[in-house]
Design a protein around this ligand. Structure first.
Ligand code: T5A
Length: 212
């Protein structure tokens, strides 16, 4: 389907996805690779617009749960066709901060939508593009909340609509990521993200070396 390599970083809030994505990109670039860093929701102008609506109700109204699913998928469809597919065809390594596993964990395990329905809708949005390597950065709720607070202080921001969804919701999401990883252990790699940053990075790096 394509010459490049597609890698995603997944897991609960504050697990260090952005931190690990950045370190991965720096390491790959140092090793002469062509890298594209992107994120979901977002990655395109339309996607960033949708991101603002989903996180901050920027249009002045919260989406219903069904509208939320479709907005994440609209962002993804645009992202795959306009950004991810061309980069992979050009032989680049695409590093994506969240992708389809977030939809399955948050909208199926979290919100309660049927996983098979979401798998099919997602296939429509992605035309079958799926990461070859998925890092699942697992973190417990308490650590996750501490990290989110730390990041909010660092960036002078406040919690967004999904971060405020409640403890039960976030427990289900975490269990969802763990369940999804168990179903595909050769493609999805579970990392204990509560460890110190350099230890997390060493594990990510060793999996990359092994798989590339
Ligand atoms: N969503 C997304 C869905 O519901 N469905 C979907 O289909 C998709 C695609 C996206 C939201 O949308 C939801 C999920 C999310 O709620 P987002 O802003 O992208 O929102 O949110 P997150 O991905 O959760 O981003 P965060 O910034 O919260 O978390 P990260 O990227 O996992 O964490 P990071 O790297 O920013 O680190 C957070 C803080 O922890 C520190 C960092 O320095 C930072 O301060 N840190 C560590 N501290 C100690 N030890 C370590 N090992 C550390 N690693 C990082």
């Amino acid at each position: 389907m394509s010459k490049g390599l597609f890698v995603s970083f997944e897991g609960p809030e504050g697990g260090g996805k952005s931190t690990m994505l950045k370190r991965t990109a720096e390491w790959l670039i140092e090793n002469g690779k062509e890298v594209l860093c992107t994120r979901e929701p977002g990655g395109t102008k339309l996607g960033d617009y949708i991101r603002d609506m989903l996180k901050h109700d920027s249009c002045g109204e919260s989406p219903t749960n069904a509208a939320e699913v479709l907005l994440f998928l609209a962002s993804r469809a645009q992202h795959v066709e306009k950004v991810i597919e061309p980069a992979l065809k050009a032989g680049k390594i695409v590093l994506c901060d969240r992708f389809e596993d977030s939809t399955f964990a948050y909208q199926s395990y979290g919100r309660g939508y049927d996983l098979n329905i979401l798998l099919n809708l997602n296939k429509f949005a992605t035309s079958g593009y799926s990461p070859s390597i998925v890092f699942v950065l697992d973190i417990g709720l308490e650590d996750s909340l501490n990290r989110m607070n730390k990041r909010q202080i660092q960036t002078n921001t406040s919690a967004d609509r999904i971060e405020l969804a409640g403890k039960e919701f976030h427990h289900r999401v975490r269990d969802g990521f763990l369940d999804l990883q168990k179903k595909e252990p050769n493609r999805k790699f579970l990392i204990d993200a509560s460890q110190e940053e350099n230890m997390v990075w060493e594990q990510v790096k060793s999996i990359l070396i092994n798989k590339m």
